[in-house]
Design a protein around this ligand. Sequence first.
Ligand code: FAD
Length: 404
Amino acid sequence: MDFAFDARTEELRERLLAFLTEHVYPAEAVAQEQRAALDSPWQTPPVVDELKAQARRQGLWNLFLPDERYGAGLGNLQYAPLAELTGRSPQLAPTALNCAAPDTGNMEVLAQFGDEQQRKQWLEPLLAGEIRSAFAMTEPEVASSDATNITTRIERDGDSYVITGRKWYISGAMNPDCRIFIVMGKTDPGHADIRRQQSMVLVPRDAPGLTVRRAMRVYGYEDHYHGGHAEVVFDGVRVPVGNLVGEEGGGFAIAQARLGPGRIHHCMRLIGMAERAIELMCRRAVSRTAFGKPLAGQGVVQEWIADARVAVEQLRLLVLKTAWLMDTVGNKGAHTEIQAIKIATPRTVADILDRAVQLHGAGGVSQDFPLAELWAAARTLRLADGPDEVHQRSLARRELRAYR
Ligand SMILES: Cc1cc2nc3c(=O)[nH]c(=O)nc-3n(C[C@H](O)[C@H](O)[C@H](O)COP(=O)(O)OP(=O)(O)OC[C@H]3O[C@@H](n4cnc5c(N)ncnc54)[C@H](O)[C@@H]3O)c2cc1C
């Protein structure tokens, strides 16, 4: 068994490490200051655009896209250690490299299912990092973890589709640079196959009838760096029929295809977040003294650090195995493992971050350390892209099948 990455991955890793140290970490405080001085907290701080230009010049750009026509042409196993590094600075690094959700999933959808006109109009500026995008599926009125429940209507009217519905937690939509929404709704609510009722359409931000109503919070955070999570109303929004993505009735299948890579990307970045938490824990443990000895001398602290290290190594191996399966047998063949990492990673990393918060005392819950916000992000991923229980249910069913 060979645990080494190939030469190209190693070389990119070295370059990315240097980029993070030289440019991204120092920009964290700058971005915070700049954001405070902007007219609106949803605008992109100028330092982020500088980071993007730097990353692009250095070839650290669109690394997530395996299709060489559009991106770096890396497999999942090659991208995994790079995405992990970006998780060390989750608020800046993924955006700097044009590898941030939800744009990544949206670019994949457009590359895979968009027609030539759609790719020209929306994929090209997304690939160039000139605009941002959002994916609108979840609705406040229905249990949206079951996507067959969604009620938004996409009705054909001559050469147009008319969209009516209300969505929430639409990531990225508060940022004015978010110019395009991929919206999932029902074109045929009466279809006998409940997975053929849905379609996806492209809706430009400035379409009449589209209102970005408010920013939803995540444990009290507004997540400015991710462009927030908005409530969005579509009130009779009219778009040309050419804005349909793929075919009518194909929305459910596209949503499924979109989530496989998205889930593994989140898990890769979460491991980077856990590594940052361990680093902060160790630094704090050796630098603070209580009751006559450094915190690092307390058995309980040593246990937290050891358990965190073991858990991260276990998670990384499972994520890498999943990445390898996705590359070799495809996303469908890696379905069980994708579910396993989506169940295991957010909750384990949230636990590690919780211990890191504890070790930092009041500082841990403060804005002076990234831990509280990272914890909220990790905890949230037990809901986003499908709650734990939905993945557990499906994984258990598969496991039980052999015994029935
Ligand atoms: C920060 C954040 C960002 C998000 N970004 C986006 C986005 O960009 N676009 C978008 O469309 N959506 C987004 N979402 C929404 C997210 O995908 C949904 O919250 C998720 O799919 C769950 O849907 P729901 O909130 O309607 O919960 P529900 O479907 O109402 O489920 C509630 C709970 O019921 C339980 N449950 C449900 N099904 C089962 C089952 N089969 N077995 C056992 N228990 C079950 C689970 O505990 C679940 O948490 C985001 C959410 C968050 C928090």
